[in-house]
Design a protein around this ligand. Sequence first.
Ligand code: DC
Length: 231
Amino acid sequence: MTDYDKVIAIDGPGGSGKSTIAKTLAFKMGFLYVDTGAMYRALGYFLDLNKIPFISDDHLKKYLQSIVFRYGVSEDVLVEVSGMNLTEKIREHHVSELASKVSKLPFVREFLFDTQRNLVKDQICVMEGRDIATVIFPGAFCKVFLTASAKVRAKRRYDQLISIGKDAVPLNQILEDIKKRDERDSGRDVAPLKQAQDAILLDTSDLDLNHVIDQMEKIVIQRSRETGFDL
Ligand code: DC
């Protein structure tokens, strides 16, 4: 046993392949998978729906205390807010912007901090987001920062939206939105998107999924040896 947290922390910008990679890796290795972006998406959507201003003040703090937030409820319900299943809604393109805006608010980040920490119990967890290795689990035994060029990420997001039958957004608009979101996510004061000092950098621009998964498995095994962490 070691003092490390039972977490494989995967951070990186939108479209870097985090979700697909984290989910596939978790399934292959028998670990729990947690998508923290889905939580910010759900809160962004829900606060906007209820016309709650995106300002970190007492009103927002009280409002957050009044909602019931649930993650991983069942196979069909990834995220639910006050009884509303938002699993599909959060994948719409405009929700990315709401999530990025709401994620700047310290009260929102505080609110999700406990939710994310409490999901890790006995099972090893692959958790993906922007600040998992730096803020949520700085003691994670394995940390990977995934990246890819903005162009490649835009094309992936475009293909993803098409594949789930969502409204067609032109590729150049997605590229612009990705660049704007990168700036906002990396430039914010609280928990900005950045590579942890002890994270391994993996650029997926020219790699296919199978190749990345192979690399990730090797990294996890290597880190488990280096840290003495049992898999
Ligand atoms: O990974 P994603 O595209 O679903 O994330 C949506 C937004 O949520 C992203 O623009 C930034 C924010 N986010 C965050 O600030 N911290 C996280 N751990 C995960 C997501």
